[in-house]
Structure formats: C-alpha cells, structure tokens
Design a protein around this ligand. Structure first.
Ligand SMILES: *[C@@H]1O[C@H](CO)[C@@H](O)[C@H](O)[C@H]1NC(C)=O
Ligand SMILES: *[C@@H]1O[C@H](CO)[C@@H](O)[C@H](O)[C@H]1NC(C)=O
Ligand SMILES: *[C@@H]1O[C@H](CO)[C@@H](O)[C@H](O)[C@H]1NC(C)=O
Ligand SMILES: *[C@@H]1O[C@H](CO)[C@@H](O)[C@H](O)[C@H]1NC(C)=O
Ligand SMILES: *[C@@H]1O[C@H](CO)[C@@H](O)[C@H](O)[C@H]1NC(C)=O
Ligand SMILES: *[C@@H]1O[C@H](CO)[C@@H](O)[C@H](O)[C@H]1NC(C)=O
Ligand SMILES: *[C@@H]1O[C@H](CO)[C@@H](O)[C@H](O)[C@H]1NC(C)=O
Ligand SMILES: *[C@@H]1O[C@H](CO)[C@@H](O)[C@H](O)[C@H]1NC(C)=O
Ligand SMILES: *[C@@H]1O[C@H](CO)[C@@H](O)[C@H](O)[C@H]1NC(C)=O
Ligand SMILES: *[C@@H]1O[C@H](CO)[C@@H](O)[C@H](O)[C@H]1NC(C)=O
Ligand SMILES: *[C@@H]1O[C@H](CO)[C@@H](O)[C@H](O)[C@H]1NC(C)=O
Ligand SMILES: *[C@@H]1O[C@H](CO)[C@@H](O)[C@H](O)[C@H]1NC(C)=O
Length: 672
C-alpha cells in the first residue's frame, strides 16, 4: 500500500520548512557550533596559542564557507551527488547560451547571495534620506521626471515604458525557494512544460482503473508529470492540486493533499468521505516555469502599483507608491513607514514646494507589462490566469467507488477542542455536502442562527482586520447580530456597529497600505497598523480578533507580507499573555484562478503556497492560541476561481469560529 498521509507530511516538512528559514539562522548555528568546539580544546594554554588557533579557524571558515554553503544547498535539492554534478555541468554549458539571450538575467556563474529582508531594504537607505535629490537625468535609469499625473503614469505602465529598479539584484534571494526556482533558466521552449494529456495518475490499489474504498478510508496515489516531448519531468516545484467531488452533480466536495517528490512525481492523498462514485481531480495549476517567472517579477518588483498624491495648496504631484523602497519613476523616495508602522514608500515629488509630509491620497494603478521575460514566459503570464482550474486538470478514467462503512466517529464539540487541530492542513478540515453545507471533520459545530450568534457574542468586541474578504466575515456577523451603525460598504474605510442590548461591538479596519482601492483618489487613511491595534487592546474584556492578509499584500515580494505577519504574531503573543478572554483567528488565503488575468505578473494565488508555508511557520508556536480558518481547502474543493469566493465561505468560517468559543448555550471559557 502507498504512503500514509503522515509520511507525506514528514516529506513535506523536510523539503519545505527547511527552505523557509530566514537568512540569518544558519549562520548563527554555525557560530554556536564553533564556540562549543573551542571550549573543548583544553590542551591549549597560552593566549598566543589561542590566537593562532582562532586565526586558523577563522581563515578556514572564510575560505571554506562558500563550499560548505554550496554543499548544504545541493543537499537540500535532494538530488543525488551525481545528479548535482550533472546539473552543474549542464549549467556551465547553459552559460554561453544565456549570455546570448537579450533578456539574459540568469545568474549562471554569479554567486548566490542570501540576504535578510531588513538588509535588502536597508540597501535603499540613501534614496530615502533627506540628502537625496531627484535627478532628472534619465541616464541613471531609475529616474523619470516626465510623469506627474496618474494618467501619465498609467499610460507608461500599461505600455511597458518604464525601468525597474530591482528589489533583489541578480543572484540575491531571501528564501531558499526563490533560489531553488530562479536557478532554472527562464522558459524558452513551450514543449518542456507539463503536458496534461501525457501525464499520468495512478491510484495505489486500483485494478482496471477502479478503486474501492469505504467511507473514512484514505486513498493514495502518484502523479507522474510528462512534458510535451513525452519525457518525464525530472524536477519538482510544479504546483499540483488535488480535490475530490462526487460524480453525481458534484454534491459532495473535498480537498486532498499533494506532496512534491522533487523528481517530477507527486504523491496524492485523498479521503473517501461519502458513499458513491468519486471523481478525482488533479490540476497542474502552475508549472514550475511559471512560478519561476512570477518569483522573478516579484524580485524586480514588476507588479500592480498604487499611486500617491502629494498636495500643498495648489501644488500637486503624483508618484508611485509601494511596500518597498525601490519604487520606479523617482530616484528619491519618501519613507512613509511611520504612517502605520509597516513598510510604505512613495516616489519623492520633484517639485520642491512639496515635501514627503504632503502625501495625502492614494489610488490604484493599472495591470502592468511583465519585464525581462522571454516570449514564452510572457505567453504563460497572459494565458495561465485566464484558465479556470478545470482547464488545467489531467484527464483520466479512474473510477473511485466508495461504500458506506459504519458511522463516522462522534466528534467532540469545537468549544472543547484545542485550536491546534485547525492548523493541520495535510488532511481535509471538512467537506462540502449537498446545498453547500460544510461539515467539519475537526469538531462538532452548533447550527448557525441569529439567536446563537447573539448569545455567543454577548458582551464581546469583535475586531476584524484585512481586506474585502475579511469584511465579508464582518458582514456575516453584522447580519447575525442585529448590529447597527453601518449602512454602507466599509472597504477601504474602517467602521463599527453595535448591538447595545447584548453588549456586542463589531469593528472592521483595513490592513496597512498598500491596498488596491479605487481608480479615483481616496484621502490618506491613517489607521494604525494591525499589530499596533492589537498591542493596545485592553487586558480585560471579551474580544475576538480576526485577521486576514492576502490579495493586497502578496503581489509584493513575499518578505513584505511575512514582515506583517511576524509583527502580528508578536502582538498576539503579547495580548494573549495579558488577556485570557481573547479569541484569535487567522483567515488564511484561498485559491483563485481568475480575475487578475490581464498581463498579470504577481498576485492572485500564484505564490499562495509559499504564503501558506510562511503562515504555518510564523504561527507555529501559537497554534493553540489561534483558530486557523482554512480558506484554501474550502475554496479548492469548490473549484473557486474568483477573488471573492461564494458567501458560503465567510458564513461557514464565522460559524466555525463561534463554535470554538461557544456551545449551544453560550460562551465556554477555556482553561489556560
Ligand atoms: C533586463 O533586460 C535588459 C535587457 O533587455 C538588461 O539590460 C537588464 O539588465 C535586465 N535587468 C534585470 C534586472 O534583469
Ligand atoms: C524606513 O523607516 C523605517 C522606520 O520607520 C526603517 O525601519 C526602514 O529601514 C526605513 N527604510 C529605509 C529604506 O531606510
Ligand atoms: C540637494 O539639493 C539641495 C538644495 O537644492 C542642496 O543644498 C544639496 O546640497 C543637494 N544635495 C546633494 C547630495 O546634491
Ligand atoms: C479487468 O478487465 C478485463 C477486461 O476488461 C478483465 O478480463 C479482467 O478480469 C479485469 N480484471 C479485474 C481484476 O477486474
Ligand atoms: C500655502 O498657503 C498658505 C496660506 O494660504 C501659506 O501660508 C503657505 O506658505 C503656502 N505654502 C506653500 C508651500 O506655498
Ligand atoms: C464506476 O464504477 C462503478 C462500480 O464499479 C460503476 O457502477 C460505475 O458505472 C463506474 N462509473 C464509471 C464512470 O465508469
Ligand atoms: C494539540 O495540542 C495538544 C495539547 O494541547 C496536543 O496533545 C496535540 O497533540 C496537539 N495536536 C496537534 C494536531 O498538534
Ligand atoms: C493531521 O491530521 C491527520 C488526520 O487526522 C493525522 O493523521 C495527522 O497526524 C495530523 N497531523 C499532525 C501534524 O498532527
Ligand atoms: C433584530 O431586529 C429586528 C428589528 O430591529 C427584530 O424584529 C428582530 O427580532 C431582531 N432579531 C433578533 C434575533 O433579536
Ligand atoms: C454585560 O456585562 C455587564 C457587566 O459586566 C453586565 O451587567 C451585563 O448583564 C452583561 N450583559 C449581557 C448581555 O450579558
Ligand atoms: C496586455 O499586454 C498587451 C501586450 O502584450 C497589450 O497590448 C495590452 O494592452 C495589455 N492589456 C492591458 C489591459 O494592459
Ligand atoms: C455549554 O457549556 C457550559 C459551560 O461549560 C455548560 O454549563 C453547558 O452545560 C454547556 N451546554 C451544552 C449544551 O453542552
């Protein structure tokens, strides 16, 4: 029989969690190890001997370090030493051809350099200093003193008439996975892509393409990807997704788990959760080559920007704004991080009558042209996000037949279940039943009703932070609690409503800039950062805090959203220590296959799987304090394509959240 889901979890961990560790960690461990070694060498007595020994060690470290690092990196790719060697030989041959390409950006031959986010940002310190004066000389490649209005900027951005100032230069990376993907050359041959028709799905234990299972059983299998030449793909890194639906009108739907074997094959694990014929769907949503192109665009910061308007009396000027200091179009930058406490920058106005303090409004920029891509990459960027996930599946004729097998195990009420179960994403947290009713596999949830919601939220303040998808949870609770005070759509503004009879207050606050608001100007919104607001939440009183960061944050380099969720985790740790009556929830990202489909480069869910890993890692030690609301699994099971999944998703999330706090009768305090 195939591997159990536990084994695949371990496989995932060793490949992926490893790759996520931020830059500083490995060098720290190295240092610590050498100190312990030094202590043991007690045969050395004099100061001089010590000095000599330390110098020898220092010199060897300096000389050997690159090799040690390389060895470690090679090891991580889980290729055999022979394969690594072959790879190296291949890469050195590729060098000349990549030098010939005019879009050449392959760092072949150059040394990789890992940096931390802070270091990468600090590299732009001069640009943000008072001493920096905009140069209107185009020869410096970063300045463009000809655009002053949003119309003008948009024209240039859409036509591709701009010069990028990369956030990370060639060879620089923050996450191991970036290096992993960027060390492949950019796509130049469409036939090397996975060919859906030639790729194959095998379910272990099937005979004559039929598999039998009983409800509650796990089925395992493997997907072998093949390119259009008919050759097996030798490396992993493609994004493969699995979900199961009942063949009769898709009444039941569940998500499955996929583990990358790093050799072109993927292990799939699904659950037989209902009786009947089950359709297995396996989609290759993003080939490795596409993810590479997307990561590269993120490194260059070719993305959908926002605009900032600087106004003083009758003088105004528009520049480009972003979460990173390498904004295009101005050689100097305003560091507006102090506005919220999270990174935010705008090009500095050229007009000397305007200062950085005159930043007063924002609006959204257009979809822009990708930069430094091959023709083939451009083709993928324009086509892939316009295809529904069902157009990216591997055709097959495997028939899974599931039979009722006993009663499902009786689950404990969610109010008595530890929160950490919600963080286990290797097996489905639930499934959709007919009429889009969600059944939790974690614990038993009371039926959602207005009466129950109001009794559960009695004397409670619910604070919701994020974007429009967070606002939709606010809307659900708003409707359920007869909350009054808001009668219009809040986004991108903050607002509150209350039900004084029950002591319920609901608030919504958008997360920090940059966010995509409207094509017209929205006056500067000076809400405090999410983490700041959590820090100042009182130590007594009942609170529920729900946070969602996703579609407005992930079009940046992922280190940006990572820095935001790291601040968030610190603030949660702080508040959880002070106030035992706070329930935290993180609403995770969901799958989307449409919408940002016009010349899209970064955004949508294309880097979602890396964001998921960063979330899992950042909140690792807070899993018993935070309920994870898994948008990914819920949305994948229903083949969601849109930025806003159906209302059933926020509704079921609200129900799940309240279930962890209340039983049918009301609030159930947790023992700490
Ligand atoms: C982008 O390509 C141009 C030539 O097409 C090259 O001059 C430039 O160095 C490349 N930039 C990056 C960041 O790769
Ligand atoms: C911008 O300011 C913040 C503090 O407000 C600082 O941490 C950051 O390094 C600054 N950015 C640059 C590029 O210097
Ligand atoms: C920038 O401009 C100001 C005023 O125009 C001038 O005093 C200053 O020396 C300039 N700084 C640099 C680095 O050129
Ligand atoms: C598979 O199908 C073939 C013919 O279609 C049949 O002869 C064979 O017995 C089947 N095997 C099993 C295990 O059902
Ligand atoms: C703006 O107008 C005010 C009064 O109308 C004036 O005091 C101030 O100097 C003006 N500022 C600039 C930069 O022109
Ligand atoms: C799948 O198998 C079941 C049971 O063997 C059979 O009744 C059903 O017709 C099959 N469906 C398809 C589409 O082959
Ligand atoms: C959750 O935490 C409990 C202790 O509170 C522990 O026994 C259990 O193994 C944890 N479960 C998971 C899935 O991490
Ligand atoms: C996740 O849940 C599955 C199924 O309940 C279980 O087998 C697995 O051990 C869990 N993983 C962790 C890390 O607790
Ligand atoms: C909500 O308010 C309406 C009128 O304002 C009232 O008719 C209804 O009973 C209330 N619902 C609950 C559950 O209290
Ligand atoms: C809310 O709390 C106050 C005092 O803490 C209490 O008097 C009141 O009855 C509570 N309201 C509800 C609806 O439980
Ligand atoms: C998309 O890119 C093409 C050129 O590649 C351009 O002609 C078209 O206008 C762009 N569309 C939008 C909406 O930006
Ligand atoms: C709900 O929890 C409370 C407090 O723990 C308890 O007294 C009550 O019996 C529970 N109600 C149900 C229906 O389990």
């Amino acid at each position: 029989m195939g591997l159990t889901s536990k084994q695949s979890v371990i496989g995932m961990k060793s490949v992926f969690l490893e790759t996520l560790r931020p830059a500083t960690m490995s060098s720290q461990t190295n240092q610590r190890d050498s100190f312990t070694l030094l202590k043991k060498l007690d045969f050395i007595k004099t100061k001089k001997q010590w000095l000599v020994l330390i110098s020898i060690i220092f010199i060897s470290i300096v000389f050997l370090y690159p090799y040690l690092i390389n060895w470690k990196e090679d090891f991580r790719t889980s290729l055999s030493p022979i394969e690594v060697l072959q790879q190296k030989i291949k890469n050195s041959f590729n060098l000349s051809s990549s030098q010939l390409r005019n879009t050449s950006d392959a760092p072949a031959g150059s040394r990789w350099r890992r940096v931390s986010w802070e270091e990468a940002v600090k590299a732009f310190s001069y640009q943000t200093s008072h001493a920096c004066n905009n140069t209107c000389d185009r020869s410096d490649n970063a300045s463009d003193c000809f655009s002053f209005t949003s119309e003008d900027w948009s024209r240039r951005l859409v036509s591709g008439d701009f010069t990028v100032r990369p956030f990370l230069k060639d060879g620089m990376y923050i996450y191991e996975f970036e290096k992993e993907y960027l060390s492949y050359p950019p796509l130049e041959d469409m036939k090397q892509l996975p060919d859906l028709k030639l790729s194959k799905i095998t379910v272990f234990g099937m005979s004559n393409n039929t598999v039998r299972c009983g409800t509650g059983d796990v089925i395992n299998g493997r997907v072998d990807l093949v390119d259009s030449y008919g050759h097996p793909r030798h490396r992993g890194g493609d994004e493969v997704r699995l979900w199961l639906v009942s063949k009769s009108e898709k009444q039941f739907r569940a998500t499955g788990h996929v583990a990358d074997l790093n050799n072109g094959s993927y292990l799939i694990t699904g659950h037989c959760l209902w009786p009947g014929n089950i359709q297995i769907n396996v989609a290759v949503v993003y080939p490795r080559e596409y993810i590479r192109a997307t990561l590269h665009q993120a490194q260059l910061s070719v993305t959908r920007y926002i605009y900032g308007n600087f106004i003083n009396n009758s003088t105004q000027e528009t520049t480009i704004c972003w979460s990173l200091p390498n904004v295009i179009g101005r050689s100097c930058v305003c560091n507006l991080t102090r506005l919220s406490g999270q990174s935010f920058y705008c090009g500095k106005p050229i007009n000397t009558r305007l200062t950085c303090n005159d930043f007063s409004a924002t609006s959204v920029g257009p979809m822009i042209q990708p930069k430094n891509v091959t023709l083939q990459e451009r083709d993928l960027i324009q086509k892939i996000p316009t295809r529904h996930i069902l157009e990216r599946t591997i055709p097959h004729s495997i028939n899974v037949t599931s039979e009722e097998k006993g009663q499902p195990p009786k689950l404990k009420p969610c109010s008595l279940t530890p929160f950490n179960v919600t963080w286990n994403l290797t097996s489905p947290g639930g499934f959709w039943e007919p009429n889009m009713k969600w059944t939790s596999l974690h614990c038993e949830r009371p039926e959602m009703s207005s009466t129950w919601a109001m009794s559960c939220l009695k004397n409670t303040t619910v604070m919701i932070f994020g974007d429009s998808n967070a606002l939709r949870i606010f809307d659900v609770l708003n409707q359920m609690t007869n909350c009054t005070g808001v009668s219009y759509t809040l986004w991108p503004k903050a607002g509150t409503c209350s039900n004084n009879d029950s002591g319920i207050t609901l608030s919504f606050t958008p997360h920090e800039l940059p966010k995509y608001q409207h094509p017209y100007w929205t006056p500067k919104l000076d809400y405090k950062a999410v983490a700041e607001q959590i820090y100042v939440t009182p130590s007594v009183g009942k609170y529920i805090i729900i946070v969602h960061y996703y579609l407005h944050a992930t079009p940046s380099h992922l280190s940006v959203v990572h820095s935001r969720i790291k601040s968030l985790s610190e603030s949660i740790r702080h508040l959880a220590r002070r106030n035992p009556d706070v329930l935290f929830a993180f609403r995770g990202p969901h799958v989307t296959s449409f919408d940002w489909d016009i010349n899209h480069t970064t955004g949508g869910d294309s880097l979602g799987k890396f964001f998921l890993q960063l979330i899992q890692e950042t909140f690792q030690d807070l899993r018993d304090k935070i309920v994870y609301l898994d948008g990914w699994g819920m949305a994948l099971a229903i083949e969601n394509a849109y930025l806003h999944p159906t209302d059933r998703v926020p509704q079921e999330m609200a129900r799940t959240l309240l279930s962890f706090r209340c039983n049918e009768t009301g609030y159930v305090p947790r023992l700490h």
